[in-house]
Ligand binder design. Structure first.
Ligand code: T1G
Length: 696
């Protein structure tokens, strides 16, 4: 199949990239573009050139799958230089998305036009990279440093309307891109407009060149806390070159630094997550042709923290929700929290006032569960107790339409047992959201033993529609995420008893890259949640339970593992807790010792990896990449480490196996005995990634 075509519209050459699904700039495309532009340039009958694409989007970037292979010529930098130096007008006609190298190639064109819904961006930072084909040098020259820095450091695309206002594009068009490109470039010729080479533009940078110190001020506004990330500071350095480095030398430096980042572990990890996220939505055995059911109306049972956040996720996607609560005051409280959240977003400028009204308008509250009867999908988000859930499902089964899907938001409980209380187990599954449910992107979809294929396909489609990342898992206690979290929590408690303090354990994990450590996270979520769970299971966590017995539930009681000033979320160490911990060690006859950060990290992460291996053995997760996506999107595992299983492959399975075996021997704790899969992969000198990442 020809991936680059060219046809003539009178004296205009129209070059069309046709490389589905997203017209990525793979080697063949670059070769095709090089030859097409060369021939159009030398053809005397050609007065101007239009670059556009076939399919659903303009170029969505370089082909990321090529990044693990040796680079092949022509590079995109060379191609952009070739285009920029053409002595005839070249216009890019964009639609859908113009991202990364796809936007950079348009910056080498002399003019840019776009369809109204086009999104334009440089998302490389999300792959642990920065624009490597001239974007760091050309974009600031076109839109100014402030906006260029915002686009490159956030990686977020901007809409066509904003791009026009910034001068990133010259016009917004309707209709066919190729035709619009031809019309536009005919105007350029008719009006004898000079060719605008972005590399020559200076007006947006000259003030900054006169006052280079202002660069730091601009940077300060855009730099976020980049916990261990390499790409943001590298991007800043490259942007600074626009001020004092000749552009061709800056292009070379950009390329060199880009290739360094591309070969680095962080980008490899973030690229892994990019593809693992897309792979996770493909379920072995679920054919692509399985038709999802149509979901027009949703009901959510429970207006608490989870019920409220889940309802917002649907309203944000324009889907009406009936929220059912047992008592009017609880309902009003729940709706009040939702409205307050929307108003806070509007106050921050993240939402317009009429968006708030529109979304609140999609939410209908009731204390009558019968109101859920018209819903296509009902999501139960009530108290995490089996009896309560069974009662709700029993009621729903009787009143809901026969084709209605019933989902539970349980974080731990047996979905099959819940399904068995209904006459429609084939229409029951778990949809496990993460708190705050309107923010966290992960949706763990729990497939019951009787869940029908179209019910599963529907849940995956719904997840994407509400902007979530779906990962399908099997039924076991705590599914994938919470089951591994439990392995970490047990070890965290042990580390306290053996000599560490909460801030030391949390410090080690935040240095590793997590947004917060286990104890700060416990205080945020509420220590009583885990306490109730442990009591129901008859197990004890010495320190956490003692804190709860003293009414220390975390932020909601202004004290937990840490002390919190009223209204503050920043905990500070509490000498009382330290005394309590030391006393517990003494009571349990454990001699306290200093514990290094390295040991803390290994003791928290390796048991999780071991549990992850067991989860793969049992088929609760399909791929190790699924586990990585769950931990990155649901639990804050640093994406530049690729998730726990990818991280394990990075540091070596043999080393992990040995550390776990030592721990098992030292503690007698059978949980640490290396999982069979781990031992097998070490014996085969294989990795989780190689063994477990392609859909079967
Ligand atoms: N390279 C290779 N494959 C890609 C790809 C890419 N750039 N983008 C998407 N795919 C595959 C994806 O894996 C999936 O495959 C299919 O296309 C559909 O994607 C030099 C270095 C464009 C917004 O970061 O954000 O340019 O699973 O499911 O939801 O400076 O894809 O079907 O087998 O995501 O409609 C910069 C990445 C690259 C954009 C469409 N570009 N892509 O979303 O479809 S670095 C990006 C996206 C770069 C230069 C640098 C999204 C999308 P499969 P999809 P979608």
């Amino acid at each position: 199949m020809t991936v680059v075509g060219m046809h003539r519209d009178g004296d205009i050459a129209v070059i069309v990239v046709d490389n589905p699904p997203v017209n990525a700039l793979k080697h063949e495309v670059r070769l095709g573009l090089r030859d097409a532009f060369a021939s159009a340039n030398t053809d005397k009958a050609v007065a101007a050139i239009v670059l556009t694409c076939a399919g659903r989007t303009f170029i969505a970037g370089a082909d990321i799958t090529e990044f693990d292979k040796p680079p092949q010529s022509p590079s995109l930098i060379d191609l952009n230089a070739q285009i920029e130096n053409i002595a005839k007008p070249v216009v890019a006609a964009m639609f859908g998305t113009a991202l990364g190298g796809g936007l950079e190639i348009t910056l080498a064109c002399h003019f840019r036009i776009a369809a109204p819904t086009t999104r334009l961006g440089l998302p490389e930072i999300k792959l642990g990279l920065f624009p490597g084909a001239g974007g760091t040098q050309r974009l600031p020259r076109l839109v100014g440093m402030d906006k260029a820095m915002a686009m490159i450091l956030s990686g977020d695309p901007i809409p066509a309307k904003e791009a026009l206002a910034l001068g990133l594009i010259d016009e917004i068009f309707d209709g066919d891109p190729a035709a619009a490109g031809v019309t536009f470039v005919r105007k350029v010729i008719a009006e004898k407009r000079p060719l605008r080479r972005v590399r020559d533009l200076d007006d947006k940078l000259k003030d900054l060149r006169a006052r280079p110190d202002k660069f730091n001020e601009i940077a300060a506004a855009h730099v976020k806390r980049a916990r261990g990330l390499h790409a943001p500071s590298a991007a800043l350095e490259a942007l600074r070159w626009t001020l004092d480095v000749p552009i061709d030398e800056a292009f070379d430096r950009e390329r060199k630094k880009f290739m360094e980042l591309r070969a680095g572990d962080q980008s490899k990890a973030q690229r892994h997550i990019f593809f693992a996220e897309r792979e996770a939505a493909k379920v072995p055995g679920l054919s692509k042709d399985t038709q999802p059911r149509e979901i027009k109306r949703v009901a959510v049972i429970g207006a608490g923290t989870m019920g409220g956040g889940i309802s917002m996720s649907f309203a944000n996607a324009g889907i009406p929700v009936t929220i059912v609560e047992t008592a009017a005051d609880a309902l009003q409280r729940g709706l009040g929290v939702i409205e307050k959240n929307y108003k806070t977003s509007a106050a921050r400028g993240a939402l317009r006032e009429d968006d708030v009204t529109k979304r609140m308008g999609l939410l209908k509250g009731t204390t009558d569960i019968a109101a859920a009867k018209d819903a296509d999908l009902v999501i139960e988000a009530v108290f995490e107790e089996m009896a309560v859930k069974k009662d709700v499902f029993g009621k729903l089964d009787k009143l809901a339409r026969a084709d209605t899907i019933l989902a539970t938001n349980t974080s731990y409980l047996d979905v099959n047992e819940i399904a068995a209380t209904t006459g429609r187990p084939q229409s029951v599954l778990g949809m496990h959201f993460f708190s705050p449910a309107n923010v966290m992107r992960l949706l763990e979809i729990v497939r019951g033993e009787k869940t029908a294929p179209d019910v599963l396909a529907t849940a995956i489609a719904v997840a994407r529609r509400i902007g979530k990342v779906p990962v399908v898992v099997g039924v076991c206690h705590g599914f994938v995420g919470n089951r591994m979290l439990r392995a970490r929590s047990i070890e965290a408690e042990k580390l306290l008893l053996e000599g560490a303090l909460p801030h030391e354990v949390d410090g080690a994990l935040t240095e590793f890259g997590f947004p917060m450590g286990p104890f700060a996270m416990g205080d945020l979520a509420g220590l009583d949640v885990g306490w109730r769970m442990r009591k129901a299971q008859g197990i004890r966590a010495e320190i956490a339970d003692t804190l709860c017995e003293q009414g220390r539930f975390g932020q909601k009681t202004s004290k937990g593992f840490y002390l919190y000033e009223p209204g503050s979320r920043a905990g500070r160490p509490d000498p009382e807790v330290e005394q309590l911990i030391v006393a517990a060690s003494k009571r349990l006859g454990i001699a306290r010792r200093p514990i290094e950060r390295k040991e803390i990290v290994e003791r928290l992460i390796f048991p999780m990896i071991n549990e992850g291996a067991r989860i793969l053995e049992e088929g609760i997760a399909q791929r190790s990449g699924d586990i990585d996506v769950i931990w990155v999107y649901g639990y804050g595992f640093p994406n530049w480490r690729g998730g726990p299983m990818f991280y394990a492959d990075t540091i070596g399975l043999a080393y992990i196996r040995d550390r776990l075996a030592e721990l098992a021997k030292k503690t007698g704790d059978k949980r640490h005995e290396p999982a069979a899969l781990l031992t097998q992969l070490v014996a085969e000198n294989a990795t989780f990634g190689a063994a477990h990442n392609k859909a079967a």
